[in-house]
Design a protein around this ligand. Structure first.
Ligand code: HEM
Length: 519
């Protein structure tokens, strides 16, 4: 998932001399190219969507500096319209900021916009074109995607991981108990909880390399939090070398690949022996993928490389997104104590004297579900969705979109569109209580998981990873801000990144309500 632009800024600040050199070299190349182009292209220009004036060489990149990208793009769209054209370096890009145009792109012209552009990050880290998140739309991708949605992340499989989630969340609750009345870093705890759940579901029993793997994925997530210069100037291959991006990514890829290779080989070895009934019931995602590789009736063979790529995708796309949502939900509830109280009363009523929350009763927590929906409206984990690419020239809203234009959908801006959301900036879960609006990709004013062929395949996996920890945290504790901080003083600043987290980690004081569960 690629939010953009921050590496450029980092380069600017960290290596001013390199960036000046780069700018100079780019300028020279651009002059040569413009000269060549002028002499070869004909005069007819497509009717592109409106957009701000572009500078030579960098296009509109300078307009994206200084603030969070989804904010800047929303402000620019307010001026130029919900379908806006930008040039970022060499790359022609359109920004979509209204439900109507999102529908046109992701429903009416779904196939034309089903491709993901080839970014350097995805090309190196996700095994060229073998991952689901960034491979181009085609037979290969369809097969991987089908395996993911039908075999790995379907509701039965997700249900099968219930005991893992319950155990891991209970472990979290117990780990909080001794600390009570002193602040704890809830962001950190939630983050390692969701990684722990996802890694256990994917790899089975805790693996010795698991911790190393999780921190490598974290490093990747940090690096991927930006557009690299290389992606802005794809035809200048030398940038990949001098920016240092390629060697860094290759080194990370090598270490991740070694760990995944060991995990896959261990599973192969284990699967050679006959399994007991209990072992067979404890199938993890690697087992399922290997079973498919051996016995599946597949159009294209499933290689070990594909398996590793799918595992990497699930780990990187599945953990940070869910933990971010939990942290934002807690933050918003702290700022609106009446919401926190209502959610707490509901969960304590439903689970009453049981002494603990289990997944059996989660469906009864209608108000908590509304809290989660409202959180994902105001804080969609990936506010700019994942980039798409136009595979053939087409017309959207009366404008021409040339082939290979990059398309970025601003789900964050769409979730605040005043034509659809009254008091859109306000956290108000009640708005979802009697509303049929859902995140399944059919209501284009609300698309925190995207829509169309490229909609997030992990929705079913994500929801209990958000609902269960929240319900447990509310059931067992009251929550207070540390250092006498008032609710209106809680900082809600967002970070740049692949997923938009809280800038400041959420540190809170837990005050016990129900005793710590013992079994
Ligand atoms: C709060 C939780 C989550 C949110 C908000 C979220 C959001 C998204 C979004 C917005 C996209 C891009 C959709 C588009 O471009 O239309 C996406 C793609 C993806 N997500 Fe999620 N996601 C979450 C959890 C998960 C989980 C738990 C998994 C896996 C276990 C997962 C796996 C993926 C994958 C593999 C893709 C790429 C799909 C493709 O390109 O075809 N996500 N997600």
């Amino acid at each position: 998932m690629v939010d953009c632009y921050s590496p450029l800024i980092l380069m600017e600040f960290q290596f001013p001399s390199i960036s000046i050199l780069l700018a100079f070299l780019l300028f020279l190349f651009a002059l040569i190219r413009i000269g060549v182009k002028r002499s070869t292209t004909n005069k007819s220009t497509p009717k592109l969507p409106p957009g701000p004036w572009q500078l030579p060489l960098i296009g509109n990149m300078h307009q994206l500096l200084g603030s969070l990208t989804h904010h800047v793009l929303r402000d620019l769209s307010n001026k130029y319209g919900p379908l806006m054209h930008l040039r970022l370096g060499e790359v022609s890009t359109v920004i979509v900021s209204s439900p109507e145009i999102a529908k046109e792109v992701m429903k009416t012209h779904d196939i034309i916009f089903a491709n993901r552009p080839y970014l350097l990050f995805s090309r190196i880290l996700s095994y060229d074109s073998t991952n689901i998140g960034f491979s181009p739309y085609g037979d290969y991708w369809r097969q991987l995607r089908k395996i993911c949605t039908v075999e790995l992340l379907n509701s039965n499989r997700v249900q099968g991981f219930r005991s893992i989630r319950e155990e891991e969340v209970l472990h979290l609750i117990r780990s909080i108990s001794p600390d009570w009345r002193s602040p704890i870093n809830l962001s950190k705890k939630i983050f390692s909880l969701t990684y722990g759940i996802t890694a256990r579901a994917a790899f089975g029993k805790k693996n010795t390399d698991q911790e190393a793997f999780v921190s490598l994925v974290e490093e990747v997530v940090k690096l991927a939090g930006g557009f690299s210069l290389c992606d802005m100037y794809p035809s200048f291959k030398f940038l990949q070398l001098i920016s240092g991006m390629r060697p860094r990514l290759e080194k990370l890829h090598k270490r991740i690949d070694e760990i995944l290779e060991n995990i896959v080989n261990d599973h192969k070895e284990k699967n050679m022996t006959t399994k007991t009934g209990e072992e067979a019931a404890e199938e993890d995602l690697v087992d399922v993928l290997l079973k498919f590789q051996k016995h599946g009736d597949l159009q294209v063979p499933l290689t070990d490389r594909n398996i590793k790529a799918v595992l990497f995708d699930i780990l990187s796309a599945g953990s940070d997104t869910s933990s971010t949502a939990v942290a934002w939900a807690m933050s918003e509830m702290l700022k609106s104590p009446q919401v926190m109280k209502r959610a707490q009363t509901e969960v304590r009523k439903v689970f009453g004297g049981r002494g603990n929350v289990d997944e059996g009763g989660l469906h009864e927590l209608k108000y908590l579900q509304a809290v989660i929906k409202e959180t994902l409206r105001l804080h969609p984990s990936a506010p700019l969705l994942l980039p798409r690419e136009c595979s053939e020239q087409c017309e959207v809203n009366g404008y021409e979109i040339p082939v290979q234009t990059r398309v970025i959908v601003n789900a964050w801006a769409i979730g605040r569109d005043p034509r659809y959301w009254s008091e859109g900036e306000k956290f108000n879960p009640e708005r979802f209580l009697d509303s049929a609006v859902d995140y399944k990709g059919t209501d284009f004013e609300y698309i925190p998981f995207g829509a169309g062929r490229r909609i997030c395949p992990g929705i079913l996996f994500a929801l209990p990873n958000i609902e269960l920890p929240l319900a447990q945290l509310l059931y067992h504790f009251a929550w207070e801000l540390p250092n006498g901080l008032k609710q209106e003083e809680l900082d809600m600043t967002e970070t740049f990144g692949i997923t938009v987290r809280r800038k400041q980690e959420l540190c809170l004081i837990p005050v016990r309500y129900h005793p710590s569960p013992t079994k």
